[in-house]
Design a protein around this ligand. Structure first.
Ligand SMILES: Nc1ncnc2c1ncn2[C@@H]1O[C@H](COP(=O)(O)OP(=O)(O)OP(=O)(O)O)[C@@H](O)[C@H]1O
Ligand SMILES: [Mg+2]
Length: 491
């Protein structure tokens, strides 16, 4: 799996994508809401200040207005509009300042006059302008919360920081004075804040809901994919009968159907191939046995040594073919799922039997054959004796074949933790380090064995047999020769 970057499982990816989606949507909507409401409220505030400013200018234009009364007028307008009113002369000199409208009481305002009527007066019709252009302000001021959801003046909120200047012009359009109004009621901002808090809460709930719904939906989606993956894994491990569950007619359902079709065809062709190999190997055995018999007869009847030598050579080749046919037949049966017939196996007896089978060959090769069964080795295990014997025979066959004259071949048993250990070792040519991992493969031979007969199937058969019995076959480290170890479950 090298080269693949590690990623979150699909179900988490989908859930997080949905959650991120909803968060993004909530953010966009929230920002739009904040911008629209904020802009709306700012405009409403400006309209309010504009109306208050116009009213303050109109008060200037009332007949009889004297400069001495300017402070009282500013104060009166400030109370009626709940804004801070500052009158300036044309030169920019401050003429009167009402102070903060919050500290002002209506009772403190002049009992009569323009300002006392202001709170209920109509708003001026025109925009900012001189006293001659605007009607006296007598109406209610526009609500700073233009949408109607905000509080009006008088609520207990910090005042607005916005200010507005309205000019008063004389008959010649020259600047006569101007007024700056500010500190208007700003309760709408807290309403806006409350709305944004509500939105934030709704966004968090939406985020959690989207995550949960996304997780549930992606679980539903990924479950058939995981089943399909499990089926492909089983197939990759060699179980050609593995099939995926065909759920629904969606894309994953169709993928499962395609996989099953492919698996069915692969299983059929592999079955046909195995049957062919098994049949071919089986068919080969009869003529090979007959050939061996004929060669034996011919050898006894041969007139010269040269003829006998040639016949012996032919006989060796025929034996090799027999061995190949046997291995092929065994492997094809194993691939087809050979059954195991378990029963009590006397390890010492089985090892002696295998050693006896190879003893005459070992002797002919000038090797000494030793048996070494430890006292700790389990005397009886539950296994399939015939299959175990095939594996030990193949190991012994190799040990004898690859050990030069004068060497030693040992076979024995001991215990390794919860396992019974059967081992075969020799003082032969050994296996080059570069080939150690490969020698259990089919038709695989180490580079130092070209002078020895063989087709590279014996270890593959032995390993397959041992694994069928629930054990393992491996190569151990040794200084001299080779040592193979079989680990088997005891019970
Ligand atoms: N005891 C051993 N000493 C040295 N090399 C060995 C030994 N056992 C196995 N090997 C190496 O492992 C290879 C594979 O062994 P395996 O038994 O599968 O094939 P083979 O003996 O060459 O042929 P076959 O068993 O099919 O007649 C051998 O060719 C050899 O290179
Ligand atoms: Mg072999």
């Amino acid at each position: 799996m090298a080269g693949f970057t590690r990623r979150l499982p699909l179900r988490w990816q989908l859930a997080l994508t949905l959650a991120a989606n909803s968060l993004l949507t909530a953010l966009v909507l929230g920002s739009a809401l904040a911008v629209i409401l904020g802009g709306d409220y700012t405009q409403a505030e400006d309209r309010y200040l504009q109306a208050a400013g116009v009213r303050a200018i109109n008060e200037l234009g009332r007949p009889g207005m004297e400069s001495a009364k300017l402070a009282a007028t500013a104060r009166s307008v400030a109370i009626s509009t709940q804004t801070r009113v500052k009158y300036y002369g044309a030169s920019g000199r401050l003429l009167a300042d009402s102070g903060s409208p919050r500290g002002l009481s209506p009772l403190a305002a002049p009992p009569s006059g323009p300002a006392s009527a202001a709170p209920n007066a109509a708003p001026p019709a025109g925009g900012p302008g001189g006293p001659g252009q605007n009607q006296p302000g007598e109406g209610p001021l526009p609500n700073p919360g233009g949408t109607g959801i905000f509080g009006g003046p008088g609520t207990n909120e910090p005042p607005s920081s916005r200010t507005l200047r309205v000019d008063a012009r004389g008959s010649g359009r020259q600047l006569a004075a101007y007024v700056v109004v500010g500190e208007a009621p700003a309760s709408g901002w807290s309403m806006l804040l409350a709305a944004l808090q509500g939105w934030l809460l709704a966004a968090i709930v939406a985020l959690l809901l989207a995550g949960a719904i996304g997780y549930a939906a992606s679980r539903r989606l990924s479950r058939p994919i995981m089943r399909l993956t499990a089926a492909t894994d089983r197939m990759a491990e060699g179980d050609l009968s593995a099939r995926a569950e065909e759920t629904g007619g969606d894309e994953i359902g169709r993928l499962s159907q395609s996989f099953n079709l492919m698996a069915q065809r692969t299983e059929a062709s592999m079955g046909a191939l195995q049957r062919f190999v098994a049949d071919a190997a089986h068919e080969l055995r009869t003529p090979l046995t007959a050939l061996q018999t004929d060669l034996y007869m011919a050898r006894t009847e041969a007139g010269t040594d040269a003829e006998r030598a040639r016949i012996a050579q032919a006989s060796r080749q025929a034996r090799r073919l027999e061995g190949l046919a046997d291995s092929l037949l065994r492997l094809s049966r194993l691939d087809a799922g050979e059954s195991v017939e378990c029963g009590p196996v006397d390890l010492r007896a089985l090892i002696s039997l295998c050693a006896n089978t190879i003893a005459s060959r070992a002797e002919q090769a000038g090797l000494s054959l030793e048996i070494d069964v430890s006292d700790h080795a389990p005397s009886m295990i539950t296994s399939d004796a015939a299959k175990l014997a095939v594996a030990v025979d193949n190991l012994l066959d190799n040990a004898v074949k690859f050990t030069p004259e004068g060497g030693v071949v040992r076979v024995g048993a001991s215990v390794d933790g919860a396992h019974a250990l059967v081992w075969v070792e020799d003082t032969g040519i050994g296996i080059p380090a570069e080939d150690r991992a490969e020698v259990f493969g089919r038709f695989s031979r180490a580079r130092n064995t070209s002078a020895y007969p063989g087709s590279g199937l014996g270890l593959a058969v032995a390993r397959a047999m041992v694994e069928l019995l629930g054990g393992s076959l491996g190569l151990a480290e040794t200084d001299v020769g080779a040592r193979f170890e079989i680990r088997l479950p005891v019970g």
